[in-house]
Write a protein that binds this ligand. Structure first.
Ligand SMILES: [Zn+2]
Length: 1196
């Protein structure tokens, strides 16, 4: 009883800690959607305080964990007390929630509201000023004709050639299965497995590889650092001691983020002992990425980057090149990963979390091992041997064979007396001389049953679980007992089993040897398979489609940081090359920047973990990831800004990095975030009558014509391009509230043409009223606003109610509802077709019958989506002008903006949509945006992308429930019919489905008040004001045929370029407010001689470190890794708006740059582990469609 009192007391303590934490966490959120002004000093002080308390909280977390363990242990004694404990915990959680909500509501009165700078008041201006000069309905006067781009025949031929049908097409398998979920007996999701008694004998032995492993999540219910200090460090220490103690034992390990931390703690003696174990093949690094990355939400840039970071580190320190992929825990699998591993030189891979019905189907046909082929691959050169684990989980009860009650008895960590036990009520027994025969026969029966599901005579038996082998005695128990079984088998050849400890590649090697093929080649009879493994269900209707959207704020932050990292890598490679040529190279802070880049690579890499970007970690772990991403976002902004400054300076010797309080940098960053969970606040340029410079950086290797927007302190401005020409500008109101226009801040939009990779210098200055006839104030129409003050604004503002209105540019005419401001239809002007495009916001609740409810992983909706109710009519702004027209709609839970650009670039061809969703006040709610079109997509076929790399076909199946029909959409989705294709392009990953014929539905945010029983132990209620951004693209098919039966589809070239521009915006680098005078001479930097073809994307130009992890690692080399991706695209659509020259896939490395010499190049494997061939930089490379070419290039 005393023990229980202690537990109750501890529980209350735990709740107090958590309350404190939640309050702080709430206070730390964004200061408010409309607040543009933050007192930097006050905030810094505030942040410091929070950091101190946050540390306390992390410490408290350890206590909480201990309490939980205590509860677990004490409840084992008396199981009836578990529900009581649970009920109490639930009740306290509810209280916590209401406390938290109270704090959230209080927060409204706590905004920071001190202006950063004293801003001159703007004089009132004459309404309609300038409208006589430019009538903005005369679009063609300002927008040049868009050219279409020549496309090489070979690519269209290639795209239109059907791929060879694989033996297994996953999309067709899903089509064919009933998903009826019958009870399979001991193997619940399978069947009763049998095998002929004489199948294995002394001369035909089953080879069993028992493979010890420990799955270490770099952040989940603990932070990355806590996991390392409390568990992972011990696991690896034990590994070193115990593998030496037991010479026949082996171990595999995956996560380099942890491993490198551990390595850095070792002395030289231990390092060489580790190297010996690796070189003896006893300790094997599998995959060797920075993390075991999520495969649904992650973009291929980040997947590759974290793999590269891990491999470079491994090669530089251990001198090891992994050959086998290991992904036991990601929640579904993408063929992109098979591609990346294949092109990195791997020969085999393993996956585990596959839908139970698909596992059963593949097992029945002995197809759990196959050659995974890219659906676009015509030749089979991408084929990758893949092993699917057959049962429910990767823990020991589900890996020795089909019967968990038996397998659990062979997990010797659960021996009686330990803190673990078997839930099947049959405890493990230590192996003795008395029971060895019986126990051996028992486990080989499981191994043999497992072997019948595969085609070779080898069987793979993983022996591990999450954070296993952290205590020395687990090593002893597993080794000693298995060793007795192995020895017994050696003495009893008639049992037909040869068993041993092994590694993952020992197992694959055994298969290759049996079939007498080289590693990487297809063993005879192994089938080919194309497609993906989404959407994962582990049981019943428990589809893991919630995590495609969970924590969308962080999914957005991830993609923002990712594009900054890429932009920073590229501009750094260029700036560092130019700096090295200067006699005064020392003033360029190369090592400082390299340090920031390496940290950013690792922080981005860490977040690609399958509990990071997935949104499935504890709240405080999400905060930890968020702070890392924010730090690197700031750092990469610094690198971009400083490199752009350096490259644009006429006299390089005049450059110095501003450091210390008395030095002011020339330029500022475009926006800042006050906290990891705050929306960005734009930097406002203080304009003066003297021109001030603005730099614009295009990180894409193609010219782009597009509209950019800056924030200024005057309505009367003049913007000049780098040739000194005044450009047409549109002044727009800056809204401090939906019905209040700022008197001090304004937005100015203008069109720019920026060559590939260029940094252009523009200037902005203030002018007297009427001083610039090319600066046109927007006209504003407001619906449902009753603020009488609004008409005092310097803009012409009409307040009205009622009728539908339109926005128009030369390509589109969009009609919106006058009652709620939402899109209703779009006319594509080239063919005069009116397209239904009814946009609405919808919501799901969560299923309320007993059992699990929606949580971080699972989506278990309470039926079809219903309209999101909003009280009253929203305030709507309609803003028009010569450059951009906008609609702003202010609902209670969603702020929605649609923009139509009057631009000759690709941004003029689609509708731009931005939302900020705020469901912090809601209970068990998921919000989606739904666009209803009249597309007749036959058989409900739709496509979503996989990792931004390729498109995957799906059909909406009623048999899969709603939740089984949602798929990840990292960058885009489309539906189509004979005449048109509707694409939605997204700035970050979210869940998508075609919930009704003709419908595009994108999940925007989810707030779920309970845990969904997958180990996280909490709901997702740390909701933020969450931004999302989309482009809606309507394209008419002009060539090729619509075929609903086709397995492979490609975006158009226009869709590719629109997506790239959405994800990689033009970086605006404003002048620093304090640096008003003495500007050095600045020039535009235009580095490219020939822009890359439209269908070639520069994935990265990543500076190589001098040593991979040694003391010199921060000194960048003369070399950079260059990645060129040849995009596959559908030739059936017009390629309008593109400023690149042609889609040919042809690149001559030496003619890319004019400012930089690229004289030497080597073609290498994707993660640079293998040198393939030297490339003559003068000859033209013909990049293969869909492939990523990787080169190490010397830049001088
Ligand atoms: Zn995991």
């Amino acid at each position: 009883m005393k023990k229980y009192m202690a537990v109750w007391g501890a529980l209350f303590f735990c709740v107090v800690c958590l309350s404190l934490y939640l309050m702080l966490e709430t206070l730390n959120t964004s200061p408010g959607r409309y607040s543009a002004d933050v007192d930097a000093h006050a905030l810094e002080q505030f942040e410091k305080k929070i950091n101190v308390i946050q540390e306390d909280i992390i410490n408290n977390q350890a206590i909480i964990d201990d309490i939980k363990a205590a509860i677990k242990a004490s409840s084992k004694g008396d199981k009836q007390d578990i529900p009581k404990l649970q009920a109490l915990l639930d009740k306290q959680n509810e209280k916590l929630q209401s406390n938290r909500d109270r704090v959230v509501s209080m927060q409204g009165g706590m905004k920071f509201n001190h202006p950063v700078e004293s801003v001159p008041r703007v004089n009132a201006v004459q309404r309609q000023g300038g409208n006589e000069v430019v009538k903005f309905d005369q679009y063609d006067k300002y927008v040049g004709l868009r050219k279409t781009v020549p496309v090489s025949d070979d690519v269209c031929r290639w795209i239109n050639t059907p791929s060879k049908e694989p033996d297994i097409n996953m999309e067709k398998v899903v089509d064919s299965l009933p998903f009826d979920n019958p009870d399979g007996g001991a193997w619940k999701q399978g069947w009763t497995v049998t095998y002929p008694a004489n199948q294995w004998h002394a001369t035909n032995k089953l080879k069993v590889f028992v493979v010890p492993h420990s799955h270490t999540d770099p952040g989940w219910v603990k932070t990355f650092d806590s996991y390392f200090t409390q568990q992972t460090r011990h696991i690896l220490n034990n590994m070193l001691d115990k593998l030496e103690q037991y010479p026949t034992m082996k171990f595999i390990y995956a996560e380099i983020s942890f491993f490198h931390l551990w390595w850095n703690e070792l002395d030289d003696g231990k390092k060489s002992r580790v190297r010996k174990l690796v070189h003896d093949g006893r300790f094997e690094i599998v995959t060797g990425g920075w993390v075991m990355n999520d495969e649904a939400n992650a973009h291929y840039f980040a997947m590759l980057d974290q793999l590269l970071e891990g491999h470079q580190w491994l090669e530089g320190t251990l001198g090891v090149k992994p050959t086998a992929g290991w992904a036991i825990d990601p929640f579904g699998y993408t063929p992109t990963m098979a591609y990346l591993l294949r092109r990195s030189g791997f020969n085999s891979m393993l996956i585990q979390r596959v839908h139970y019905a698909l596992k059963k189907h593949l097992a029945k046909n002995r197809q759990l091992e196959f050659m995974w082929r890219q659906s676009w691959d015509h030749e089979g050169s991408t084929d990758m041997l893949c092993h699917v684990m057959p049962f429910y989980s990767y823990d020991i009860p589900h890996t020795c064979g089909p019967e968990p009650a038996v397998c659990c008895q062979f997990d010797f960590r659960r021996l009686p007396g330990s803190s673990y036990s078997c839930p099947w009520k049959k405890e493990p027994q230590a192996i003795t001389d008395q029971n060895v025969e019986e126990r051996t026969k028992m486990i080989i029966d499981q191994w043999k049953k497992k072997a019948t599901l595969y085609r070779s005579n080898s069987v793979f038996v993983p022996l591990g679980d999450d954070f296993r082998y952290d205590k020395p005695d687990e090593w002893d128990h597993q080794f000693v007992n298995y060793d007795k079984i192995f020895k017994y088998l050696k003495e009893h050849q008639e049992l037909g089993v040869e068993a041993q400890f092994g590694t993952l590649s020992d197992y694959f090697k055994s298969i290759y040897e049996q079939f007498k093929v080289k590693p990487g080649q297809a063993p005879t009879e192994f089938p080919t398979l194309s497609g993906d493994f989404y959407t994962y269900a582990d049981k019943d209707d428990h589809y893991w489609s919630g995590y495609f959207t969970s924590r969308p704020f962080q999914k957005n932050l991830d993609r923002v940081m990712e594009s900054h990292l890429r932009a920073a890598e590229i501009i750094f490679s260029m700036a560092n090359t130019i700096a090295k040529r200067q006699a005064s190279a020392g003033n360029f802070p190369a090592t400082l920047m390299m340090d920031k880049l390496i940290q950013a690579r690792r922080n981005l890499g860490l977040f690609q973990h399958h509990d990071g970007i997935t949104g499935t970690a504890k709240d405080f772990v999400v905060v930890d990831y968020g702070n890392r991403l924010l730090k690197s976002l700031k750092d990469t902004k610094e690198v971009i800004k400083e490199c752009a400054t350096y490259l644009s300076m006429d006299t390089k010797t005049a450059y110095s990095l501003a450091s210390g309080e008395n030095e002011t940098p020339i330029f500022d960053v475009d926006e800042e975030r006050a906290a990891h969970d705050a929306l960005p606040v734009k930097t406002v340029i203080t304009v003066q009558d003297k021109p001030r410079p603005i730099l614009l950086y295009n990180s894409l290797p193609h010219q782009r014509d597009q509209v950019v927007k800056i924030y200024v302190t005057s309505l009367h401005v003049l913007v000049k391009d780098d040739k000194g020409n005044t450009v047409l500008t549109q002044a727009e109101p800056f809204w401090t509230k939906p019905d209040v226009v700022s008197e001090f801040f304004f937005k100015v939009s203008f069109r720019v043409t920026i060559p590939g990779l260029a940094v252009l210098k523009y200037t902005v200055q203030s002018v007297p009223e009427h001083g610039n006839s090319l600066n046109i104030p927007s006209t504003v129409l407001m619906f449902n606003a009753d603020n009488k003050q609004i008409k005092q604004s310097p803009f012409s503002i009409e307040v009205t109610t009622g009728t539908d209105f339109t926005l128009e540019n030369p390509y589109l005419k969009a009609t919106f509802s006058g009652s709620n401001g939402l899109l209703k239809s779009v006319v594509t002007k080239e063919d005069g077709t009116t397209h239904n495009t009814k946009l609405e916001f919808v919501m799901y609740g969560t299923k309320d019958h007993s059992g699990d409810k929606s949580g971080a992983y699972l989506f278990l909706p309470d039926g079809k989506a219903r309209p999101l109710k909003d009280s009253g009519s929203p305030i709507v702004h309609v803003i028009k002008g010569p450059i951009v027209s906008e609609v702003h709609v202010y609902f209670q839970l969603v702020t929605h903006v649609v923009r139509l650009y009057n631009s000759s670039g690709v941004d003029g061809i689609s509708l731009d949509m931005q939302n900020v969703v705020d469901i912090t006040s809601q209970h068990n709610m998921e919000v989606a945006t739904k666009i209803t079109t009249d597309v007749e997509n036959k058989e409900r076929v739709f496509f979503t992308d996989l990792n931004g790399f390729h498109m995957q076909k799906h059909k909406y199946h009623e048999k899969l429930h709603i939740q089984g029909n949602f798929y990840p959409m990292p960058t885009m989705a489309f539906i189509e019919d004979e005449t048109h294709r509707f694409s939605i392009l997204s700035s970050n990953s979210l869940g998508f489905s075609n919930t009704e014929k003709g419908v595009l539905e994108v999940m925007l945010d989810r707030r779920l008040n309970q845990d969904d029983s997958r180990g996280l132990g909490q709901g997702v209620v740390d909701s933020k004001q969450t931004p999302s951004r989309f482009k809606l693209l309507i394209e008419r098919r002009v060539a090729g045929e619509y075929n609903p039966d086709i397995s492979v589809a490609y975006p158009s070239l226009l869709a590719h370029q629109t997506s790239l521009q959405l994800i990689h915006p033009v970086y605006i680098i404003p002048p620093h407010s304090k640096h008003a005078s003495d500007m050095p001479k600045l020039n535009s930097f235009i580095p490219m001689k020939t822009q890359l073809p439209c269908d070639v994307h520069l994935v990265n130009l990543r500076a190589m470190q001098n040593a991979d992890d040694g003391k010199e690692r921060l000194v960048p080399k003369h070399t950079s890794a260059m990645f060129l991706h040849r995009l596959g695209f559908d030739c059936g659509f017009m390629n309008k708006g593109l400023a690149c020259d042609a889609a040919s896939g042809q690149v001559t490395l030496s003619s890319i740059f004019n400012e930089i010499e690229l004289n030497l190049a080597q073609q290498v494997s994707l993660t640079l582990m293998y040198h393939e061939e030297d490339v003559d930089t003068m000859t033209t490379l013909n990049l293969e469609p869909m492939e990523i070419g990787s080169y190490i290039v010397t830049l001088q």
